[in-house]
Design a protein around this ligand. Structure first.
Ligand code: ADP
Ligand code: ADP
Ligand code: ZN
Ligand code: ZN
Length: 829
């Protein structure tokens, strides 16, 4: 068949053969990886798995593709790099599905990334029921709010509108204008100015607002006229008359919303507007004649807002022809249904097509893209995936495997970089890289059928892969809560009136299938409640740029928790997330942790530096003086190709050292400052033993498993997991008193089970020092080692949002219906 011939047309014999791979830490690796198979790349973090799968195999496939593209089109495609490898044979084209947050364009949605929206529009255009008076059939595009043809004329397709009313802008109508009846106007000087103008215009500013005539009130609030009058300030005899321009309350508010650059100022006026669904389109962003078209009695806006599980139930009867559906309706709905079923299998049924992608987790986003690939009709390609199980409850790993299996059955190769041993165990082939990280890794320890790894003694992965040999989690004594934070009446997303209690002074794991509400509870509700308690009036809040020094901005109380108790015990909140620690090569491990300050001071204290009058700032690459001025201390210069943002090349002046030659002449124990930045954490620990502050910081970095990173490794080269562990280490090195609440969302993402053990020791240290740690987690080794477990569910979306079980790991593991219980049970002694 076609698939077979496509594959056998690739030269070779069913293997991708890599020879002499030297990307990053790879040690001249030779490896043969089978095509038409599911291949797992394993190894501890930093061992070189990604350098092999993405940095070498995928990069080479992409490079070849790039070369085959016409030159004029090349600039449109982000080009990767040329990998350091002697030769790769048998390499088909490759598609990488990496975990990235959706593009922060709020107009991209579940429906657009899966292309299901196109099919929905087609169905409404061709098979929808039109009102009797409709002029004719609408084109597909008319059902999209993102096209000129379909957008609602009132909100331009955004679906949201700001409206103002007398009630929203005048909070107390018994006050006079002088007393501040028009709450929406700015305070202080600007407000008095407007008041004086109103008086000059002949309005009575001393009568209660409610006693003014309707016409006067409407003019003052809503007019678009802006008369300019001469005002004699009443409050200050020496002040000179000036020309004052009138702004109605409405023009002031809308102008501020549209033009103010300050989020705080916008925030202030937002209190005087009703922000809500656009009244014309009901929030759908669609024009009225598109909304009038129905399928099974529903408009496209209604179906876009339904979770896909419910949408499937609307489509199913159409497909079975039960509703006397037309041929074209059966065909189009059938196509939609088949594709939605794949998403349901992947446990994503709680998402609606209209959900915007920036609100999705990276794992949800990747699974959407995997499902979309199934329909792409591509065959004979290699899919390279990055931890497809990230964010997945063990119960959801099974359907994921089935989908990977389907990709393979349609004639593709599936290469996954993976830490989840349930997934690795089901792969056809394993490439284990190691034995350790960085310079201690970079070799292929094993490449062969999965079962064979059992014989490889040097492999760390082996100890975790074969569950039968695997000891249950060894845990310390259960710690007892020192107190409780109580949250009552939580209402956000699918948490509806939930009550939750979080123990203090212990390690709590929050579990549950994808979409059950874990992140909403921990990273949003709990974080906000504690944040608001700690910073009732954040000091960085109100700087009104309208000449209003004494205006007060209250915090908008979003009513998501009715009552919170027990927060008195907490005096600090730290969210340790996977966001990058910096977006330019200018920030790095050494600067972020602060250890570079100590290194610079050490260089400044050398005799050589003192003789030349070099202070610590001379050794900074961020300020003029010691740095290379060609690259301004970045070591790299941006290659200014319009279509290839983020491309860097080593600086031609300093060759990447970041410094000017005079600075580099100064050495400490035989190394110059650039050479110190080139050391790994492990090497620096030996080299900088005499610099106590730096040594302490390095020690904690090593303890979180980052000994292989170089001090100057730019933030742009770090993975999300590495960034998260750097943040954690930075926290650990600060010996603090007081009670900190640490919130972590899936800290084990990107971590080999061996590294998970290290991480747990660190979290244990934080708790033993009197702090509270709450982790959202799927890794059962972590859950088993926690002191308390809160299991959300039973499923995702509307079917979730409740606490199914809460208690010690043993209690939750014994729960009869919890979906976490059976997996947790396996890891308990
Ligand atoms: P893994 O995927 O096994 O976690 P990687 O392949 O990402 O490991 O990294 C292997 C080694 O290469 C690590 O020491 C890492 O710090 C280093 N490394 C990764 N990316 C880069 C890069 N762009 N430049 C320099 N070193 C890198
Ligand atoms: P989990 O962390 O357990 O995967 P989440 O807290 O992310 O679950 O999601 C819980 C529910 O809330 C899901 O139905 C999800 O679709 C919904 N949800 C999450 N974030 C948003 C958002 N920004 N907008 C709308 N719904 C959301
Ligand atoms: Zn509208
Ligand atoms: Zn330079």
């Amino acid at each position: 068949n076609a698939n077979q011939s496509a594959i056998s047309s690739v030269p070779g014999d069913g293997f991708v053969r890599v020879r002499g791979a030297r990307e990053n830490n790879l040690r001249n690796v030779d490896v043969d990886v089978p095509r038409d198979a599911i291949v797992a790349f394993t190894g501890v973090s930093g061992s070189g798995k990604s350098s092999l799968a993405f940095g070498t195999i995928f990069a080479e496939a992409q490079r070849r593709f790039f070369e085959s593209v016409a030159p004029y089109a090349r600039r449109l495609i982000a080009q990767g790099h040329t990998p350091h490898v002697d030769e790769i044979t048998g390499l088909p084209p490759a598609v990488a599905l990496q975990q990235r947050r959706g593009t922060p364009s709020s107009r991209s949605s579940v429906g657009t990334v899966t292309t299901l929206s196109n099919s929905m529009r087609m169905m409404y255009s061709r098979a929808g029921i039109y009102p009797a008076d409709a002029a004719g059939r609408l084109e597909s595009d008319s059902f999209s709010p993102n096209t000129a043809m379909g957008a609602c004329p009132r909100c331009h397709g955004l679906g949201m509108a700001h409206t103002v009313s007398e009630a929203s802008m005048v909070l107390d109508a018994t006050l006079s204008i002088r007393e501040g009846a028009i709450t929406a106007w700015p305070g202080a000087w600007q407000g008095k100015n407007l008041r004086d103008i109103v008086a000059v215009l002949g309005y009575d500013i001393d009568r209660p607002w409610q006693d003014l005539s309707r016409a006067d009130r409407d003019w003052i609030l809503f007019t678009e006229e802006q008369p300019v009058v001469e005002v004699v300030p009443q409050r200050d005899r020496i002040a000179k008359p000036y020309q004052g321009r009138f702004w109605s309350a409405k023009s002031f508010v809308l102008h501020t919303l549209a033009d103010s650059k300050s989020p705080n100022v916008r925030q202030r006026v937002l209190r005087y507007v009703d922000t809500g669904p656009c009244p014309l389109c009901g929030g759908s962003g669609l024009k009225p004649d598109a909304l009038a078209v129905t399928v099974s009695g529903y408009s496209i806006a209604v179906l876009n807002a339904l979770p896909m599980t419910a949408l499937a139930e609307v489509l199913r009867p159409i497909v079975s022809g039960g509703l006397g559906s037309s041929e074209v309706a059966i065909t189009l709905a059938g196509d939609l249904l088949r594709r939605i079923d794949v998403l349901l299998e992947l446990g994503l049924g709680y998402l609606a097509l209209g959900r915007s992608t920036p609100t999705l987790s990276p794992g949800e986003m990747q699974r959407l893209r995997i499902a979309t690939q199934l329909r792409s009709g591509l065959f004979g390609v290699i899919y390279v995936l990055d931890e497809p199980s990230a964010g997945l409850h063990p119960a959801d790993a099974e359907p994921l495997l089935l989908v990977l299996e389907q990709l393979k059955l349609s004639g593709n190769s599936v290469f996954v970089v993976e830490h989840n041993m349930d997934v690795v165990g089901r792969a056809d082939w394993v490439v284990d890289v190691g034995p350790r990280a960085g310079e201690g890794g970079g070799e292929v320890l094993y490449s062969g059928p999965t079962a064979g790894l059992a014989e490889v003694e040097t492999s760390i992965t082996r100890q975790y892969l074969f569950l039968a040999d695997r000891e249950p989690v060894v845990r310390g004594e259960l710690r007892h809560p020192l107190g409780w934070v109580g949250l009552t009446g939580i209402t956000r997303h699918n948490l509806q009136g939930l009550d939750a209690e979080i123990p203090l002074g212990v390690l709590t794991a929050v579990t549950g299938v994808s979409g059950s509400g874990k992140s909403t509870l921990v990273s949003q509700v709990l974080a906000e409640a504690v944040g608001r308690h700690l910073h009732p009036e954040p000091d960085d809040v109100p700087v009104l740029d309208l000449g209003d020094p004494d205006a007060e901005v209250e915090f908008e109380e979003r009513l998501t928790v009715a009552e919170v108790t027990g927060l008195e015990a907490i005096d600090r909140l730290v969210q340790v997330d996977q966001k990058p620690i910096g977006r330019t090569p200018r920030s790095n491990l050494a600067t972020y942790t602060g250890l570079f300050d100590a290194v610079r001071a050490t260089f400044a204290a050398t005799d050589e530096a003192e003789a030349r009058g070099f202070t610590a700032s001379r050794f900074s690459f961020n300020v003029a003086g010691g740095r290379c001025e060609t690259c301004l201390g970045e070591g790299f210069v941006a290659v200014g190709l319009l279509f290839l943002p983020g491309s860097y090349a080593p600086c031609p002046q300093c060759g990447g050292s970041r410094y000017n030659p005079e600075t580099l002449e100064v050495t400490y124990r035989g190394k110059n400052i650039a050479e110190v930045l080139g050391l790994t954490v492990d090497a620096a620990l030996v080299f900088l033993t005499d610099v106590a502050v730096a040594a302490r910081s390095l020690e904690t970095l090593r303890e979180v498993g980052l000994g292989y990173l170089r001090l100057g490794q730019p933030a742009t080269e770090l993975s999300g997991g590495e960034a998260q562990r750097i943040k954690l280490a930075t926290e650990l090195q600060r010996a603090r008193r007081g009670h900190t609440l640490y919130l972590l969302d899936e800290p084990t993402t990107g971590l080999h089970p061996a590294d998970v053990e290290l991480l747990m020791q660190q979290l244990g240290r934080l708790v033993d020092a009197g702090n509270t740690v709450v982790v959202v987690e799927h890794e059962m080794d972590v859950v088993a080692a926690a002191d308390w477990v809160i299991d959300l569910g039973p499923s995702g979306g509307d079917q979730g949002g409740r606490i199914v079980a809460a208690g010690t790991p043993a209690t939750v593991a014994a729960h009869p219906t919890s979906r976490t219980a059976p997996y947790l049970q396996r890891r308990l002694a």
